[in-house]
Ligand binder design. Structure first.
Ligand code: TRP
Length: 335
């Protein structure tokens, strides 16, 4: 994978949870180990598309940085930084605001969901969020982007922006058209309280999610209390239709053990949820306990965390600044 350049972003808006871990950070680590050039960004500019308490934004940015490191990302191997410190992101985003069409933005389902009923009151930033995301990726000429299912549409928009720019300015292949990497059993971890909703830091009940900072007894309790149904674990995957909570717990188990869902079903078929929950809680604790301890340790040294981000942003600038310069030149900006 040597010629590939991976870019991905995570919003520093709160604790990372199991969904972020299995769906994103764990895969970031795998890609790092495959020797690809990896750039992982804490997208603080995206975070403020909804108002953030400044103290919380600072705290959350450092917490996610700590979680990245605790999960196995290495600052010497991957580039880890926060978006606002590399100006190329905002500057290229402006250019892309002028490339993307309003019609494209109007099709974004995430905007519709996040803005809710009162679209007039949503921030303009929330509306042009996908152009900033395109800038994140294209400022590095990234070739591959690990994202969850919910970001697929934004990545398609990024591809459209790259193609339109290349075409409008007659610079074929200047911006590479990036590929999404959507893989893994648990790209979508669902809420423990409602298997039809994604596990999310914005859901009111903390019992709906496992946070990377949860203590072990709390993890055990959350799994024991997770919603299930009255049937036993079936023999076949097809029988999980309309049983989203059962499917979710089995999926999490599969992801933690690197098994397919079918293999996991074979292990548990015919038994009740008690056995699955006990084994799942044990596994989760084994996996998350060292991470939890490491996050706590790292958070005691904020100076170190800040220095990691600072060095990361310096390395990021070395890649992004010349690409931005070249973009200005292509457009005809006088220097
Ligand atoms: N929009 C992404 C999310 O909410 C975060 C993100 C911002 C991102 N910029 C990115 C992901 C660039 C991948 C690449 O999950």
């Amino acid at each position: 994978m040597a010629e590939n350049r991976i870019f991905s972003g995570v919003q520093p808006t709160g604790n990372l949870h199991l969904g972020n871990y299995l769906g994103a950070v764990k895969r970031f680590v795998d890609l790092q180990e495959k020797n690809a050039e990896c750039i992982y960004c804490l997208v603080d500019l995206h975070a403020i598309t909804n108002w953030q308490e400044p103290k919380d934004l600072t705290e959350n940015t450092l917490e996610v940085a700590a979680a990245f490191l605790a999960c196995g990302l290495r600052e010497k191997t991957s580039i880890i930084f926060n978006q606002s410190q590399v100006k190329a992101h905002s500057e290229l985003a402006w250019i892309f605001n002028c490339v993307a069409r309003i019609g494209w933005m109007n099709r974004m389902t995430q905007f519709k969901e996040k803005a809710g009923k009162n679209k007039e009151a949503a921030s303009l930033g929330l509306y042009c969020y996908p152009a900033l995301m395109a800038a994140d990726i294209l400022a590095y000429h990234a070739t591959h982007v690990p994202v969850g299912e919910d970001q697929k549409q934004h990545l398609e928009l990024t591809r459209d922006i790259a193609l339109k720019f290349n075409n409008d300015f007659k610079v074929p292949n200047f911006f590479p058209v990036p590929e999404p990497i959507i893989e893994g059993t648990a790209t979508r971890v669902m809420s423990l309280r409602d298997g039809t909703k994604k596990m999310s830091k914005s859901e009111a009940s903390d019992m709906s999610r496992i946070n990377l900072t949860d203590e072990i007894d709390l993890i055990a309790r959350k799994i024991q209390k997770a919603k299930t149904d009255a049937f036993e674990i079936p023999e076949k995957r097809e029988d999980l239709i309309n049983r989203p909570e059962a499917e979710n717990l089995l999926t999490i188990f599969s992801s933690l053990t690197n098994k397919s869902l079918d293999e996991t079903i074979k292990i548990f078929c015919g038994s009740d949820f008690k056995r699955l929950k006990t084994e799942l809680a044990d596994l989760l604790i084994e996996e998350l306990k060292p991470i939890n301890q490491e996050v706590k340790k790292l958070l005691k040294d904020k100076t170190y965390l800040k220095s990691v981000l600072k060095e990361g942003s310096e390395k990021a600038r070395v890649i992004a600044d010349p690409i931005l310069e070249k973009t200005f030149e292509i457009i005809g900006m006088v220097k």
